[in-house]
Design a protein around this ligand. Structure first.
Ligand code: 2HA
Ligand code: ZN
Length: 274
């Protein structure tokens, strides 16, 4: 029995492999963090090593003080997570003031947590607050069709939400609040982290223009499913535009969206409906 036999660690690794198989993680593209439950920390603790030094995150969140996260490593490849977890992922602990982290397992060979750790951290903070502590997963990927849309649609939450809701019938049920859109920004620092987390207060998915998508959720299935659903919807829209040479003959109407919401018992974000 080792740490790699613990269910939550196995589930984390499986999600990395699933994302790789979807083609969303070229080279070192994308990153995944999971906020461990107390009982999961206790299961993993016997395998922790002497903690590394405290390192400032660059942003802070009081509500994450003392939490533990599984994280992918900076510069590490999703493709390598399953064959080489010890070098590709790790577990970090957050300090009392919620502004520093230290490695307690993995990230061997001197690796650091993902370069997008500031964005993951602030997103965990706001999503945890917005969901009464239910949110545990933040997932960033580079799905090609969704990224392609950021070259042809206006970069607004309204434009993206409406196109995605109307490109696959289940979409309004899966993300009834819609999606946020962050304009192009330099990745990897506190600025894009703050811009993303402001939108994550309202949406559980946020597009990064010309870059990728951030999704949040309570567990791996829901969060992976959200990424998958949004990318599939984007793919259908791209296929329809391509096959129709830019002309959409018919689509799901706003009244159709309202009918789906009524039937499935979800509340759609009204500001996106005409
Ligand atoms: O880790 O995806 O946004 C590589 C990235 C940065
Ligand atoms: Zn990225």
């Amino acid at each position: 029995m080792g740490i790699l036999d613990i269910d939550i660690v196995k589930a984390y690794i499986r999600m990395c492999s699933d994302g790789w198989k979807q083609g969303w993680h070229e080279r070192n593209g994308g990153n995944l963090t999971y906020r461990l439950k107390k009982e999961e920390v206790e299961k993993c603790r016997p395998f922790f090593h002497k903690p590394g030094p405290w390192v400032k995150i660059g942003v802070s969140a009081k509500n994450l003080s003392g939490e533990f996260f599984i994280t992918t490593g900076s510069g590490k490849f999703f493709r390598n997570v399953e064959p080489d977890p010890e070098h590709s992922i790790g577990i970090v602990e957050i300090n009392e003031s919620g502004d520093s982290r230290r490695t307690v397992w993995g990230l061997e060979g001197g690796a650091s947590p993902t370069s997008e750790f500031p964005s993951h951290f602030l997103n965990h903070s706001v999503r945890s607050e917005a969901t009464g502590g239910a949110c545990r997963v933040i997932y960033h990927a580079h799905p090609a069709n969704l990224i392609a849309l950021t070259y042809i649609l206006p970069l607004t939450s309204r434009d993206f939400t409406r196109v995605l809701w109307k490109s696959a019938t289940e979409c309004p049920v899966v993300f009834p609040n819609g999606v946020g859109v962050v304009p192009w920004m330099v990745p990897g620092g506190p600025e894009i982290a703050r811009a993303t987390s402001r939108l994550m207060r309202e949406y559980d998915a946020v597009v990064w223009a010309h870059h990728g998508l951030f999704c949040s959720g309570p567990d791996f299935d829901t969060t992976f499913g959200l990424m998958h659903t949004i990318e599939k919807s984007a793919q259908i829209y791209v296929l329809a535009l391509s096959a129709g040479q830019g002309r959409i003959r018919q689509t799901i109407t706003d009244d159709d969206l309202r009918a789906i919401a009524r039937s499935f018992g979800v509340r759609l974000n009204e500001k996106f409906l005409d």
